[in-house]
Ligand binder design. Structure first.
Ligand code: CAA
Length: 379
């Protein structure tokens, strides 16, 4: 067994860290305040290849492995978790199902501009009445000649409004339950496709989160992804990979919070010495470092399995469960180590704690991860 990162992984970390610190770090606090999505950062990330890390070069990607992808999302999130989830939702939830299930024409038309960063992607699964119960989708698709007509509403959609391409699910035959669901590729600007309310969030406030509204949206039959009735399985397999992205995001938030706490406790003097010299601080830093290392092993293991084309559902659920709980625990300790200052917006510690919370919720709550893990270990 070899735990060493390759030269490529090390270079990737350095490149993304430089980008994150130069381009994402300086405005992170302000964007958190204003809740503004940065098109500029997204464009620059695309130019660096961060939009298509795992996709083959022939489809506009970098052709790197999933560990490189995990490192990318980790390093972005170490500085700004909103940028981390923008890349993760784009690559894992929109480009990846097209790469996995798309026809050659769909890959040329959609995957290539997504992988190069020319176009931004989003994924529409969740609905007001279908959150954890993803098969309860009420959005309907009806075949009409060479088109499908789609009606319904999706909510909590990351990257929405700014995204150009959307992979969405819709029910075609309620009597068939999850086997009646189909997946479609939609484009911003299709008549009848509009955006509802923008969510005001606790954290990741500069990532875009909107409702999608479909009113008689006419989608050509060639935009059906996979087969009719395959949509739920496409969504589940998409999430198996997507959870590696969220686990990486959580890992990056935890790493960032730990480094901030380390820096602060070395500088902050109380009772005549730096507070890092008190055993209470040292034990907290030791716990943070240990939990982060354990999370990193689970995240990279899931990424390794994905690169090897091995089943990844259990590993990605475990990585997401553990890394998100680590992010929450580490960021909470980080705020505590900053004392009163940690509760103010003067330091990034409180933003990181707010950002961490969502990693326990989206792409399947941690209760859903426990369902996925237990289903895997009991079968
Ligand atoms: N891969 C392939 N097939 C799968 C699968 C997987 N990972 N998981 C389930 N399936 C198949 C099953 O084999 C079954 O097939 P058959 O009908 O042929 O037997 C079918 O799908 C139904 O499976 P279940 O009975 O297990 O389905 P369920 O209705 O009980 O749901 C669930 C299972 C795990 C709870 C699922 O609904 C789930 O994951 N819910 C959470 C949804 C979620 O993560 N939403 C996140 C939204 S995206 C987001 O958050 C994006 C963002 O903002 C960044």
């Amino acid at each position: 067994m070899n735990f060493d990162l390759t030269e490529d992984h090390i270079m990737m970390r350095k490149m993304v860290r430089d980008f994150a610190e130069k381009e994402c770090g300086p405005g992170a606090e302000e964007r958190d305040e204003t809740e503004e999505f940065s098109v500029d950062i997204w464009k620059k990330a695309g130019e660096l290849g961060l939009a298509g890390v795992t996709f083959p070069e022939e489809y506009g990607g970098v052709g790197a492995d999933y560990i490189s992808y995990a490192i990318t999302v980790e390093e972005l999130s170490r500085v700004d978790a909103s940028v981390g989830v923008t890349i993760s939702a784009h690559a894992s939830l929109c480009a990846n199902p097209i790469a996995l299930f798309g026809t050659e024409e769909q890959k040329k038309k959609y995957l290539v501009p997504l992988a190069t960063g020319e176009k931004l992607g989003a994924f529409g699964l969740t609905e007001p009445m279908a959150g954890s119960d993803a098969s309860g989708t009420r959005t309907m698709a009806v075949r009409d000649g060479n088109d499908y007509i789609i009606n319904g509403t999706k909510c909590f959609i990351t990257n929405a409004y700014y995204a150009d391409v959307y992979v969405i699910t819709a029910q075609m035959d309620k009597s068939k339950g999850n086997r009646g669901i189909a997946a479609f590729i939609l484009e911003k600007g299709m008549p009848g496709f509009s955006f509802g309310k923008k969510e005001k969030k606790m954290g990741i406030r500069s990532s875009a989160t909107y409702e999608l509204v479909f009113e008689d949206v006419r989608v050509p039959a060639e935009n059906l992804l996979g087969q009719e009735g395959q949509g739920f399985k496409i969504a589940m397999q998409t999430l198996d990979f997507g959870r590696i992205g969220i686990a990486s995001q959580a890992l990056g938030i935890a790493q960032g919070a730990y480094e901030q706490a380390m820096k602060y406790t070395k500088e902050r003097v109380q009772f005549g010495k730096a507070i890092s010299e008190f055993q209470n601080t040292q034990f907290k830093l030791a716990d943070m470092a240990t939990q982060i290392e354990a999370a990193r092993l689970l995240v990279y293991q899931a990424a390794y399995l994905a690169s090897q084309h091995k089943p990844v559902g259990k590993a990605s659920a475990m990585a997401k469960l553990f890394a998100s709980e680590t992010a929450m625990a580490v960021t909470t300790m980080g705020v505590q180590l900053h004392g009163g200052y940690g509760y103010t917006r003067e330091y990034p510690a409180e933003r990181m704690m707010r950002d961490a919370k969502i990693t326990e919720i989206y792409e399947g709550t941690n209760e859903i991860q426990r369902i996925v893990i237990s289903a895997n270990i009991l079968k």
